[in-house]
Design a protein around this ligand. Structure first.
Ligand code: 13P
Length: 134
């Protein structure tokens, strides 16, 4: 599966903890991230991650483009709900596209844990069938 990992600045430590805790699961998949998030996770965990631009410079849009091409299976996006983001339209656009294409997207740690455990249990296997149809 192709999984995107994204976190706003105040959630970077949280996503590093998440990636560390679930490293054995994550390393079985193809990982993508926005620029700074990916760099921080790679440094902390050694996971192999394809990095896009930083969020404010278009990284969310690049991941959105993968969603629109049906090339992204899951998004973990730990958002900071208490800080205004200069690129809020890009953030909203990514969430909108995920809804358009039925791509599971977690915006907080609680949902992220459910998604990653569900992934391990095979709850995402429907995406494999969809890939075969493309
Ligand atoms: O701003 C972001 C998502 O909207 C994240 O970008 P960075 O990973 O580059 O900090």
């Amino acid at each position: 599966m192709k999984i995107a990992l994204i976190a706003h600045d105040k959630k970077k430590e949280d996503i590093i903890q998440f990636a560390t805790a679930y490293r054995p699961i994550l390393q079985q998949h193809e990982l993508f991230a926005t620029g700074t998030t990916g760099k921080r996770i790679m440094e902390a965990t050694g996971l192999n991650i394809t990095r896009f631009r930083s969020g404010p410079l278009g990284g969310d849009q690049q991941i959105g483009s993968m969603v629109a091409n049906n090339e992204m299976d899951m998004i973990i996006f730990l958002r900071d709900p208490l800080t205004a983001q200069p690129h809020e339209p890009d953030v909203s656009a990514l969430m909108r596209l995920s809804d358009v294409y039925q791509v599971p997207l977690a915006t907080n740690m609680g949902t992220a844990e459910v998604l990653i455990k569900g992934l391990q249990e095979g709850f995402m296997d429907w995406r494999l069938i969809q890939h075969q149809e493309d």
